[in-house]
Design a protein around this ligand. Structure first.
Ligand SMILES: NC(=O)c1ccc[n+]([C@@H]2O[C@H](COP(=O)([O-])OP(=O)(O)OC[C@H]3O[C@@H](n4cnc5c(N)ncnc54)[C@H](OP(=O)(O)O)[C@@H]3O)[C@@H](O)[C@H]2O)c1
Length: 320
């Protein structure tokens, strides 16, 4: 039995990562696609081998009316997620929703509540949880092998060529660097720290918008406190490009990752200056596989709507 999965949006992440990864997910197949443009939908469906007889749509209602469509991956601008996800849930389709799941806490909660009411699975797409090095570090940390954690920090940036991307504008995005990569870092920190220290109890943030002077963060720095102990600093930017870095300081170990905050599952990691070997995994295959297994009832969704909503809340607190 294969679960039929449709994709909404034919952009960068859908075309470069999600549709190709779907080909390597067990128990699922790429079924159909929705675009604002019918020709673009047809080209995308052909390129990635969508299996439905009618596989390319430019109307959300027609796309969702297909009874054979069981699940949807939503990969559109952040401010469109709520309306699209709620429509998918009401049509009885399971949802893998790109991050950040919404641009307001109210929308994030409404998506989660609708999915619960309609009894569909909702997973939020934080692919860093399926990076081989991060998985090994989480396992070492959670089993106590690294000792007590005290401090962590993450740096993830890229250099935007201009401010034409929808993330830089009010109507389709709420944050720029924080939405592009910062939200991933928040999820990474919560995944690592929550089982040991409990929830985020304090958030501070500083934002610079000086290059373009638009509504959203260009460089942002936030500090999170977990429980009453660990502090985690996160810096994102669209003003410069640098190798990403994730550092974790514990009583018995210092962990340094270079280039693992990325899309490709690569980079390097050391524990106390010794190289950490890890499997080179495609994180998007892992992310979609978890979603499919959760629909099949053989796994729990790794990042729930409630976790996605808490992430949105933290971004709002850090950038207000
Ligand atoms: N997890 C990750 O690693 C990762 C990486 C990048 C992005 N993302 C997330 O994925 C989502 C899409 O990001 P992206 O980088 O793929 O963006 P993108 O390249 O701009 O693609 C977004 C797509 O959404 C569709 N869309 C519908 N209405 C639109 C509108 N009014 N303006 C622009 N596009 C519209 C477009 O497809 P049609 O023209 O076919 O309608 C467009 O190609 C975002 O939520 C983002 O945060 C996740």
């Amino acid at each position: 039995m294969s679960i039929n999965i449709g994709i909404i949006g034919t952009g960068r992440i859908a075309g470069n990562q999600l549709a190709p990864a779907l080909q390597n997910v067990k128990g699922a197949r790429f079924w159909s696609v929705l675009s604002r443009d019918k020709d673009r939908a047809t080209a995308f469906a052909n390129q990635h081998g969508a299996m439905a007889q009618t596989n390319a749509f430019d109307s959300l209602a027609s796309f969702l009316a297909d009874p054979a469509l069981e699940a949807v991956i939503i990969a559109t601008p952040d401010a469109l997620h709520a309306q699209q996800a709620i429509a998918c849930a009401r049509a009885g389709k399971h949802i893998l929703l790109e991050k950040p799941m919404a641009t307001s806490l109210e929308d994030a909660q409404e998506i989660t509540e609708t999915c619960t009411r309609e009894r569909v699975r909702l997973a939020i797409a934080y692919h860093l949880r399926w990076h081989g090095a991060h998985q090994k570090i989480a396992q070492l940390l959670h089993s106590g092998e690294l000792g007590k954690p005290f401090y962590a920090r993450a740096l993830w940036t890229w250099k935007a060529e201009d401010n034409s991307n929808w993330r830089a504008h009010d109507q389709l995005g709420k944050w720029w660097g924080l939405a592009g990569v910062g939200t991933h870092c928040v999820d990474l920190m919560r995944w690592m720290m929550l089982p040991i220290c409990g929830e985020v109890t304090g958030v501070t943030g500083l934002v610079d918008k000086s290059t373009y002077g638009g509504p959203h963060d260009e460089t942002a720095s936030l500090s999170l406190q977990f429980g009453e102990s660990v502090i985690a600093d996160i810096t994102t930017s669209v003003q410069f490009s640098a190798t990403s870095r994730f550092e974790l300081y514990c009583s018995d170990a210092v962990v340094i990752c270079d280039g693992t905050l990325a899309t490709d599952g690569g980079g390097s990691a050391t524990v106390n200056n010794e190289p950490l070997s890890f499997e080179l995994l495609n994180p998007y295959v892992g992310e979609i596989q978890n979603f499919v297994d959760a629909i099949a009832g053989t796994a729990r969704v790794a990042v729930s709507g409630a976790e996605g909503a808490r992430n949105v809340e933290i971004l709002l607190q850090a950038s207000s």
